[in-house]
Design a protein around this ligand. Sequence first.
Ligand code: PEP
Ligand code: MN
Length: 448
Amino acid sequence: MSTQSTPPPDLDAWRKLTALQQPEWADPAELDAVTAELAAQPPLVFAGECDQLKERLGAVTRGEAFVLQGGDCAETFEGSSADAVRNKIKTLLQMAVVLTYAGRVPVVKIGRMAGQFAKPRSKPTETRGDVTLPAYRGDMVNGLEFTPESRRNDAKRLLRAYFSAATTLNLTRAFTKGGYADLRQVHAWNQDFVAASPAGRRYDLLAAEIDRAMAFMKACGIEPEEFSEVDFFSSHEALLLDYERALTRIDARTGDPYDVSAHYLWIGERTRQIDGAHVEFLRHIKNPIGVKLGPTTTADDALALIDKLNPEGEPGRLSFITRMGAGKIREVLPELVEKVTRSGAPIAWICDPMHGNTFEAPSGHKTRHLNDVVDEVAGFFEVHRALGTHPGGVHLEFTGDDVTECVGGAHEIAESDLHERYETACDPRLNRQQSLDLAFMVAEMYRG
Ligand code: PEP
Ligand code: MN
C-alpha cells in the first residue's frame, strides 16, 4: 500500500496548541471515560460518502454546482423530533428544487444537522439579575434552561449528542431515500407555498415553468431514479475537539483519517486562528471542510488557511463561508476573492448571510431582517459576477417550523411579533415561509 511509507498524521498535535471555546467540564475525569466510549462507537457517516461530497464540492469550485447548506443555529436534543427533522428536510428540498431549476445546475444539499450541538460564545458566563451561571454552549455541553443544574458543563452530554445525531441521520436517510423526497412531491409542496404566499404571484411564473418541465418529462416517459431519491449530507461546526477526535477513524480503504461525526465540518469565525488547535486538527482529516470568514479577514489570512488546509489544491476539499454583513460585503469580499482566485487555489465560495446581520430588537430578542439577508446574498452575487468567479452557494440558519425569530418576509413578521414563537436555542432562524421566499429570490438572482 502506498500509504505505508508515510507516517501516520498526528491527530493529537492540536492538544499542544491553544483551543479556544472549549468548555470547562464540571468533572474533567468524566471526559476521558466518555471519549473512550465514543471512540468505540460505530461511525455516523462513511468515508466514501465524504469523498462523494468532496467530489460534488469540487464541481462547485469549477462553477458546475451550487451548495445549499442550512439548519438550526443550535440543534437541541428535544428539538430533534421526527416532525422537526422532517420539516427541515422538506423545506431544504423545496428550496433546492427552485434553485436547481433556476440555476440549471445540481444543488448540493447539506444539512446543518445531526451534530450541530456546540456553540462558541462571546462570554463564558451569563448574568440575569444577580445570578451568574456558565453560558449555554450547546446541548452537547449543557442545557439552555437558566438553572445551576442545567448549566453544569456535563461531559456525558457528548454521548447523548452522538446518539441524537445517529437518530437524526437515520430519519434523514429514511426521508431522502424512501420516496418521501420525490421530486414531484416536492414540487407539489412548492405549488402550495406559491398559492398560500402573499408574494406568490411573483413566484408563480417560476413554479409554472417547473410544472411545464415536469409535465413534458412525464409525457416523454422520463422517470429517472434521481426523481425519487436525493443525496443529503450532514455538517456541523467542528468546535469541541475532544468529540471530533474521538469520532475520527482510519479509513480501511486508504489508511487516511476521516472525522465520521459528519460528512462536512467547518471551523467557526472565532476559532480559525492559523496557529490554533482547530486548524491543526482539521488539517489532518480528509473530509471536505469549510472555514467561516468574517469582515476583518485579510487576503493573507485566507491564503495562509489555504496553505495549511488544502496545500495540494484538492478541488472540493476547502470552502470559504463568508459572513460579512450586508453593509460590508461589497467592500471587503472583492479583494479576498480576487487574491485567492489569482493564487489558483480551488475554493467553493459560500455565502452565510445570517451572522453578519444580527441585531437586538427593542424587546431584547436577537433577530435579523430578511431584507438584510437578501441584500447580503445580492452583494455576494454582484461581487462574484463582477470578478467572473462562481457564487458557489448559501449557508443559512432556518427551520421548517413557523417560528417568529427573524423579521420581514412576505408574511411581514414585525419586531413586535418576535415574542410569539421565539424558540431558538441560539441565533434567530428563518422560518419556513421566509426560507422559501429567500429561495425564490436567490433563484431570481441566479438567473440574473
Ligand atoms: C454559527 O454558524 O452559528 C456561528 C457561530 O457562526 P460564525 O462562526 O460565523 O460566527
Ligand atoms: Mn448561529
